[in-house]
Design a binder for this molecule. Structure first.
Ligand SMILES: Nc1ncnc2c1ncn2[C@@H]1O[C@H](COP(=O)(O)OP(=O)(O)OP(=O)(O)O)[C@@H](O)[C@H]1O
Length: 303
């Protein structure tokens, strides 16, 4: 594949294998592609390797084998250009640390600043623009720890915008946020996608995946399947990825209809949010268009 083709791809992983220092291989022979201008869900059980994949994309852990490229560049090259931005899980952040909202967003500018990290006018403007875009301007002088879960997420999204990130990695963006805030965050993710960014979202919220994700990468120690949501997010693939963790039942007949309507509902649930399939073809409810580029593989024994 040429460099231009690579650049059209947001993320391109080929047989990516990541082994931690203690010898544990958390990801083995993972291959997938994520195009620019997409929102892609990263889905799998606890310990499946989602964070490991994020760490590899941020250059925190090296590939023991295989390769990963971002926007046609190696990860260190893309990092150097500040193209990869990370929106952390809430639990990863020490909220008692006394820092103002505007300072958190300014951190996104550090890569563009000189050695002494003295913000210039352009940096202050980028921070103001980013805060305005996520609707958090009026909170800029507040301590980050004083904000609600959803507001904190929006501040970290503002940081990724101020950074000028083109590949945005979001770790569980909807944990602890109400439905209204979730909708606001999804609207923002869509805007960022429509500007040509790569949005990779790790989520356990299966019910909302078909609503807002164009594509899915299913992880279980490797990449089991990846491609458009309508092709990958099927009961069969989800059973493969989650095994017994998901409850699965089918509603039909007298339990669903008061006539002889033969249609059925398939419900998969991890007891948080049910995922409902409305037809017999086992396609999730999605507004998304026709599918292409689906890949699927078997799970390795170790996962
Ligand atoms: N620093 C580390 N050293 C050794 N093993 C690790 C390390 N970090 C994670 N692991 C192991 O690698 C595997 C994948 O972990 P990872 O954190 O990537 O999973 P995850 O899919 O992000 O899980 P969760 O949904 O719980 O966040 C797990 O078995 C985990 O115990």
């Amino acid at each position: 594949m040429t460099r231009t083709d690579d650049a059209a791809q947001g993320i391109l992983a080929r047989d990516l294998t990541v082994t931690y220092r203690n010898g544990h291989t958390a990801l083995r022979d993972a291959s997938f592609e994520v195009p620019r201008g997409s929102i892609t869900a990263l889905v799998g059980v606890n310990g499946a390797g989602k964070s490991t994949l994020f760490k590899a994309l941020m250059g925190f852990v090296p590939a023991a084998r295989g390769s990963v490229s971002v926007l046609g560049m190696s990860v260190p090259e893309a990092q150097k250009k500040n193209l990869i931005a990370y929106v952390p899980q809430s639990e990863e952040v020490d909220w008692s640390f006394p820092v103002l909202v505007e300072d958190v967003v300014m951190m996104g500018r550090y890569g563009q600043m000189g050695f002494f990290r003295h913000p210039r006018r352009i940096d202050h403007e980028a921070v103001s623009d980013a805060l305005a875009r996520v609707g958090m301007s009026e909170f800029r002088k507040r301590q980050i720890g004083e904000l609600s879960g959803g507001q904190k997420k929006r501040v970290f999204l503002a940081r990724s915008l101020a950074q000028g990130g083109q590949v945005i990695l979001l770790d569980e963006p909807f944990t602890g946020v109400d439905v209204k805030t979730e909708t606001a965050i999804i609207d923002l993710l869509r805007e960022m996608r429509d500007e040509g960014r790569v949005m990779l979202v790790s989520t356990h919220d299966l019910g909302s995946v078909p609503e807002f994700c164009d594509r899915v990468v299913l992880v279980k120690g490797t990449v089991l399947a990846s491609g458009p949501t309508s092709e990958v997010f099927t009961p069969d693939n989800l059973r493969l990825a989650f095994g017994g963790v998901l409850r699965h039942f089918v509603l039909g007949g007298q339990n669903l209809h008061d006539d002889d309507d033969p249609r059925k509902l398939t419900v998969l649930s991890d007891d948080e949010r049910p995922l409902i399939f409305y037809d017999d073809e086992h396609k999730p409810q999605t507004e998304l268009g026709p599918a292409a580029n689906t890949t699927k593989r078997e799970s390795p024994d170790h996962a």
